[in-house]
Design a protein around this ligand. Structure first.
Ligand SMILES: [Zn+2]
Length: 233
């Protein structure tokens, strides 16, 4: 029977091949979403084991961050870029959850998350979330939560709707002007907590900076940051 089952499995995979979301190669029967080669070859930044690392340096003189880290590096040809693209634009949520779980176990094995009370994903524009159907940072957060046991709070920090004056600005102006676009909706929920803020990719760091500035207005809050990738420019 198992021979017949395997044969049927092979026929199905011939008709509907399962491909690696990072490199496009065929997946073997025991592989899920990412092939073994990509799993091994995706570079790990290991910043969670290194204080004063490149991600932390990005925020020096801009906002007070306890610790910062990224799972991998992001550039035009990186495999992690393909994964994040498939997550955000093709709607393959499982990628965010799986990568979150993988990164979460690494973080748990170091002391990076030992004093974290709550995970907060960077909020998406409500209009963007409506179109996409989900917030990728929230999915990644759920994977990290599964691995670390730290709860996710997707309510206390929210993104304000774009005002009429902001929509008139050019795309570049809006990109550089992220100050004041987030707000804390429930200060009592985050008071005296050490928050781990999660984003998919850190590029200029201005979105994170804006979130952190807003979160630090609440008494006793400390913020650390983690992302799936940091852009190497
Ligand atoms: Zn692959």
């Amino acid at each position: 029977m198992s021979y017949l089952y395997d044969l049927w499995d092979d026929v199905i995979s011939l008709l509907f091949p399962r491909l690696c979301y990072a490199c496009g190669n065929h997946l073997l029967r025991n592989e899920k979403l990412i092939c073994t080669e990509c799993y091994i070859l995706i570079p790990r930044a290991n910043y969670h084991n290194e204080s004063n690392n490149l991600v932390e340096q990005l925020f020096w003189g801009r906002c007070r961050i306890e610790k910062a880290a990224a799972f991998s590096y992001y550039n035009r040809s990186s495999r992690i870029r393909n994964l994040i693209h498939n997550l955000k634009y093709k709607g393959i949520r499982e990628i965010g959850y799986e990568l979150g779980k993988i990164y979460g176990s690494s973080l748990k094995n170091s002391d990076f998350t030992s004093d974290i009370d709550v995970i907060i994903p960077v909020p998406l524009h409500s209009s963007k979330q409506r179109i996409r159907g989900f917030n990728q940072s929230e999915i990644i957060s759920q994977g990290i939560s599964e691995a670390t046991g730290i709860p996710v709070d997707s309510i206390s920090l929210s993104r304000k709707n774009i005002s009429a004056t902001q929509t008139k600005k050019s795309r570049y102006e809006r990109w550089t002007n992220v100050e004041g676009i987030f707000s804390v909706t429930d200060a009592t929920g985050i008071r005296d907590k050490h928050i781990l803020l999660i984003d998919d990719v850190i590029t200029t760091g201005s979105t994170i900076e804006s979130c952190v500035t807003e979160l630090l207005k609440t008494e006793g809050v400390r913020v650390s940051v983690a992302a799936l990738a940091v852009a190497i420019i």
